[in-house]
Design a protein around this ligand. Structure first.
Ligand code: C2E
Ligand code: CA
Ligand code: CA
Ligand code: CA
Length: 277
């Protein structure tokens, strides 16, 4: 059931083993999906929140979906835990990067950039730098069109390797965004050590911003620190107009969330841009 080259022990009533068993099933599905190119890049727009210019698209965040054999689309929350445990994230990330760059080549004159999530496991791989540099040059995509979103926990656990990869890719022209900011430990300490371009405030603070004064205070504080460090701030998980207004009042640079748009296939997003321009 779990595919080739696997042995596992099963003890009835053991939850941990049951969970492992669930993950083993995912490993087979992930491997098949990688082989059959069934990881599909979806995308969600990130808008500039400029009081003078109104709203305008700045870039898209790529969010991967696994398309199963029945055509059903599966969000990453279902398979990332298994992919992390069995060290399949670098392969998934490489697959996503390649698929996104191919999509971008169909819009060579289009200057709309994309943000791609990079897992901690990928950040820890020295060969990731060569892979990314090689694929960018192979497809003729300017590095400045690509931002990589990383989480502080990922960067912390592979500190030296992560810092050198970030430095080398930024030197090439890529941008970096510190994702889910505020949700981990010692956020502010690491902000000083990692050099990034964007700070993405975690959706858990953003969602309640119109109702909860504590959330509003946290977002304000993070935004101010970002400003002092010369970073652009992005609020993710904006779900309603009230939240949007509150973020505008605080002075956030960018917003992203269901209130603006749900994730859709990247191909459709780029296609719409082309027909509207
Ligand atoms: P993330 O990077 O924090 O991405 C934001 C998640 O919030 C996405 O979930 C997105 O669909 C969802 N979201 C967007 N707007 C709203 C909103 O207004 N309200 C709420 N409640 N949610 C919103 P998704 O697509 O399920 O992705 C989950 C996580 O999986 C991502 O969190 C990211 O950490 C990871 N991920 C997604 N794609 C990739 C990928 O290609 N590579 C890697 N390494 N990780 C990925
Ligand atoms: Ca992200
Ligand atoms: Ca995020
Ligand atoms: Ca998140």
């Amino acid at each position: 059931e779990t595919g080739r080259n696997t042995v596992y022990l099963w003890r009835e009533g053991d939850d941990r083993l049951r969970q492992r068993h669930g993950e083993m099933e995912w490993v087979g599905r992930i491997r098949d999906a990688l082989e059959q190119a069934r990881f599909v890049p979806f995308a969600q727009p990130i808008q500039r929140l400029d009081p003078a210019a109104g709203h305008s698209l700045d870039h898209f965040e790529v969010l991967v979906r696994l398309q199963d054999e029945q055509g059903e689309l599966i969000a990453p929350g279902a398979f990332i835990p298994a992919a992390e445990r069995y060290h399949l994230m670098p392969e998934i990330d490489r697959h996503v990067i390649e698929a996104v760059l191919i999509e971008l080549t169909t819009h060579p004159d289009d200057s709309i950039p994309v943000a791609i999530n990079l897992s901690g496991q990928s950040l820890a791989q020295p060969e990731m730098l060569d892979f990314i540099a090689d694929r960018l040059s192979h497809h003729g995509i300017a590095p400045r069109r690509v931002t990589f979103e990383i989480t502080e926990t990922a960067a912390i656990s592979n500190h030296d390797q992560a810092i050198s990869l970030i430095r080398a890719l930024r030197y090439l022209g890529c941008h970096f965004s510190l994702d889910d900011f505020g949700s981990g430990l010692s956020s502010f300490g690491y902000l000083k050590k990692l050099s990034v371009d964007f700070l993405k405030i975690d959706g858990s603070f953003v969602r309640g911003i119109a109702q909860d004064p504590v959330d509003a205070a946290m977002v304000t504080a993070i935004h101010r620190v970002g400003r002092v460090l010369g970073l652009h701030t992005i609020a993710e998980g904006v779900e309603d107009a009230e939240g949007m207004e509150r973020l505008r009042a605080i002075g956030l640079d960018y917003v992203q969330g269901y209130h603006i748009a749900r994730p859709r296939p990247l191909r459709d997003c780029l296609q719409d841009l082309r027909t509207s321009s």
